[in-house]
Ligand binder design. Structure first.
Ligand code: HEC
Ligand code: HEC
Ligand code: HEC
Ligand code: HEC
Ligand code: HEC
Length: 656
């Protein structure tokens, strides 16, 4: 596989030459592959045919909060993470903030090749559609005013530093009040008041979660949870501010609810309709916009708000009681360490029992590796992406995925029941819907340990999943007939993110404390599926095939499906980013599925009418069958999907 190089940003080549270089290399690659096999030759030509771009302008994507101010000398630009490394990196083993942050998806959000490819499609679908993507994935670049064309080609240098130290530690709580910030030492004035007042005067104070409506301190301050940090280490300008907000999920909620502002929900039909274009969203209420992601709102409507205790302490790191609540509890586990590298020297620096690890482990196990592989190794090393650090980050993510669910297996007569319980703080899976999925794989084996049947088989050579014979947990979004008419695209589920205005299906497993009413209200209800209130698990029944004596069941997660990455490659009519993302996916192992849970069950063979497997068909089996009458589950001896008279007849004919 020829190497394709992606945006690297550090060291910093000229952005235009970089993009030009990428396209040129992409084209060369097409030629090269054509010469080898001819398979990718049609890539650049396909797609687009007859599609009408929605004529949005920058105004349609406007959101409240701090606005870009490229030329204002009173506003400090976002500093690069490299300016923090002297004191916040290089101690402990994967402890220091920089060392773990660097290998997270949030650090790499602006170098992510899948994101580059998706932004290109967004700009094809809706004019300047990429503007909103840049605001959230590359906030430094957005604040610097590099997003007005919506194209990543306008991002430069440190814009690729992603969601970085200086950015997060300047974010201001938009709500003044009891949790307000305190500058120290001895400054009684709330430092947030002048910042929020200035925004209020312009009508820009954000309300409602999500859409990167952040408020950023114009000065390069350091806001963090502690009030006892030694002074003067950050320079006179960089005031230290204690910010309780940084320990709250609301802070993460700034970006972890994503709503498309070009649509407004029709309260009567529930349909999301395209706004009259050329103006900001009429209500600016995220709840009226199309709900692309709802991770924060899912959390807000779960039991995790009040804390959930895990006897096995699977989340939270060095917490005493095993209780976790906030996003930070699970995604920034507490470690025993100093917040800076001088703590080993003693006072005024010291070790903390609750230093938040900046690992932000989630579910993505391939993109950070692909970013390293798309750069020169020494360039990757210089931005914290050493192979050793990536390996540790990948291991943390796999652990996170394994902690996300529990699985139990039971045999019910002729069926195998697989129960998957969601142990995460939001839906499982949550967040970005396109191409992400979780599924159950079952291998039935016989007494000779030969596979007699497989369900949900995945072919790692072709990345093809057998979808018809198993349960796949995912959300499918797409476009309604009305939007199909405007754009010339086919109505139905798909991957046109910037145009999606309808949820076609969503069977992802809800978190503890789920209710249908609350989740429907936030736009994250089940669609085409049913969960009872409080149900944070899901059951799947598999017919046990003849001859099976054992089943091995594995729950898999995959970040990027073949269908999605091929879409990004084939629908790109504007630049080389789709092909670069596709090749990165190929080279990184096609987003290899991760096993979240695996278990083996010995299957009682014999009479399928012996529902409880006690060796005889008797009154207790009859009781099970009658107990499930009219439903599915145990008692559905003939496997026709319902426990009915036909099953009763089989049971009675096997009596004794
Ligand atoms: C996505 C936002 C985000 C990014 C990016 C981020 N931080 Fe933090 N940081 C936080 C939050 C939130 C906390 C507090 C978490 C808690 O205590 O639960 C924190 C805490 C800290 C602390 C306090 C720990 C202590 O013991 O003093 C330091 C230091 C710190 N961050 C430095 C950094 C540095 C350096 C970087 C870049 C390498 C960085 N942060 C990147 C959000 C972020
Ligand atoms: C010259 C050394 C030095 C540099 C450079 C430095 N810091 Fe710090 N920082 C410290 C020390 C020391 C602490 C105290 C750590 C502790 O007590 O846990 C600290 C603490 C912090 C805290 C915690 C504040 C609180 O109240 O919770 C944040 C946030 C932070 N630094 C952010 C940054 C960011 C962002 C950068 C780069 C833009 C940076 N620092 C650069 C030395 C430095
Ligand atoms: C109880 C622990 C817990 C809490 C609380 C929690 N998470 Fe998670 N989160 C997980 C686990 C486990 C995973 C991996 C499984 C998955 O992908 O859902 C995960 C995955 C994620 C992902 C990647 C999802 C994907 O599949 O692509 C994101 C994004 C995320 N969490 C954000 C958040 C945010 C934001 C919050 C707070 C509003 C939060 N999480 C609260 C445990 C938690
Ligand atoms: C400025 C917006 C912003 C803020 C604030 C933010 N995030 Fe993120 N987060 C993102 C974006 C964008 C991505 C996706 C990057 C990508 O995949 O390219 C992401 C990805 C993640 C992931 C997924 C990683 C994976 O492996 O799939 C987790 C987990 C996560 N964030 C947790 C948090 C937590 C916890 C906080 C608060 C402490 C937070 N985020 C605050 C924008 C943000
Ligand atoms: C308000 C914040 C926000 C905005 C706006 C936003 N995203 Fe994201 N995006 C996220 C978060 C958070 C994640 C990670 C969630 C997860 O891991 O499940 C993400 C993940 C992604 C991913 C998956 C990356 C990967 O490596 O798998 C792609 C692609 C993406 N976004 C594209 C876009 C595009 C295109 C746009 C603009 C049309 C956009 N995003 C706008 C927050 C945002």
């Amino acid at each position: 596989m020829p190497q394709t190089r992606m945006h690297t940003a550090r060291p910093t080549p000229s952005p235009r030459s970089l993009l030009a270089g990428r396209i040129a290399r992409g084209t060369l690659l097409v030629l090269a592959l054509t010469a080898i096999g001819g398979t990718v030759a049609t890539v650049m030509a396909r797609g687009g045919g007859g599609q009408v771009k929605v004529p949005t302008t920058g105004a349609d994507f406007f959101q409240p909060g701090t606005q870009p101010s490229p030329k204002d000398p009173t506003i400090d630009p976002i500093e690069t993470s490299i300016s923090c490394t002297y004191c916040h990196s290089g101690y402990g083993d994967q402890i220091a903030p920089y060392d773990t942050w660097a290998t997270s998806l949030m650090a790499q959000s602006a170098r992510d090749p899948v994101w580059h490819a998706a932004v290109a499609i967004a700009n094809q679908d809706a004019n300047i559609g990429g503007e909103t993507c840049i605001r959230c994935h590359a906030p430094g670049g957005w604040l610097a005013g590099h997003s007005s064309n919506g194209s990543i080609a306008d991002l430069q240098g440190d814009d690729f530093d992603g969601i970085n130290c200086n950015f997060c530690h300047r974010v201001v709580n938009p709500e003044l009040g009891p949790d307000s910030a305190v500058a120290y030492p001895g400054d009684p004035a709330d430092p947030d008041v002048p910042i929020i007042s200035a925004l209020a005067a312009q009508g820009l104070v954000p309300s409602g979660a999500g859409n990167a409506r952040f408020v950023v301190d114009p000065k390069s301050t350091r806001r963090g949870p502690f009030s006892d940090v030694p002074q003067n280490l950050h320079g006179v300008e960089a005031r230290l501010i204690t910010s309780p907000y940084h320990r709250q999920s609301e802070f993460c909620g700034t970006c972890h609810d994503v709503s498309n502002p070009i649509y407004t929900k029709n309260p009567k039909t529930g349909e999301f309709q395209l706004n009259a274009l050329g103006a900001a969203h009429p209500t600016q209420n995220p709840g009226d916009m199309f709900p692309e992601q709802r991770t924060y709102s899912e959390w807000l409507n779960s039991d995790y708000v009040n804390g959930v205790q895990y006897a096995d302490h699977r989340f939270g790191g060095n917490d005493a009681d095993g209780v976790v609540s906030s996003c930070q509890d699970c995604h920034m586990p507490k470690v025993i360490a100093g917040g800076c590298r001088f703590y080993e020297f003693g006072p005024p620096f010291f070790e903390r029992p609750d230093m938040p690890q900046h690992s932000f482990a989630g579910a993505n196990t391939w993109v950070v590796q692909a970013i390293r592989d798309g750069m020169l190794p020494e360039d990757a090393d210089s931005i914290g992406l050493s192979q050793a650090a990536i390996d540790q980050a990948t291991a943390r993510t796999i652990t996170m995925l394994q902690n996300a669910s529990d699985m139990s297996l039971t045999q019910q007569g002729a069926s195998l029941k697989v129960r998957v319980t969601n142990e995460s703080g939001h839906k499982l899976p949550t967040g970005y819907p396109e191409g992400r999925r979780m599924w159950i794989n079952v291998k039935f084996t016989n007494a000779k340990n030969q596979v007699v049947a497989e369900r949900g088989a995945y072919d790692s050579a072709t990345a093809v999943l057998s979808t018809a014979d198993t349960k796949i947990y995912q959300a499918k979004q797409g476009i309604s007939p009305a939007i199909a008419k405007i754009t010339g695209l086919a109505a139905g589920p798909g991957f046109h993110l910037a145009l999606a205005n309808k949820v076609f299906s969503d069977n992802r497993i809800p978190p503890r404390g789920f209710t249908n009413a609350a989740f429907n209200a936030i736009g994250s209800g089940a669609v085409g599926y049913r969960y009872a209130d409080g149900q944070h698990w899901d059951d799947t029944l598999f017919d046990i095939p003849a001859g099976a004596t054992q089943a091995t069941v594995t729950l898999f997660y995959q970040t990027t499906s073949r269908e999605y990455i091929e879409f990004l490659r084939d629908q790109n009519t504007t630049d080389g980013t789709g092909l670069i993302a596709y090749n990165a996916w190929l080279a990184a192992g096609k987003s290899a599925p991760v096993a979240m849970d695996s278990a083996v069950i010995a299957l009682a063979t014999g009479n399928p009418a012996d529902l409880n497997g006690d060796g005889s068909v008797n009154a207790s089996d009859l009781a099970i069958l009658l107990g499930n009458w009219g439903g599915t589950g145990s008692g559905d001896i003939n496997g026709d999907g319902s426990v009915d008279a036909a099953d009763l007849a089989i049971l009675l004919s096997n009596w004794g």
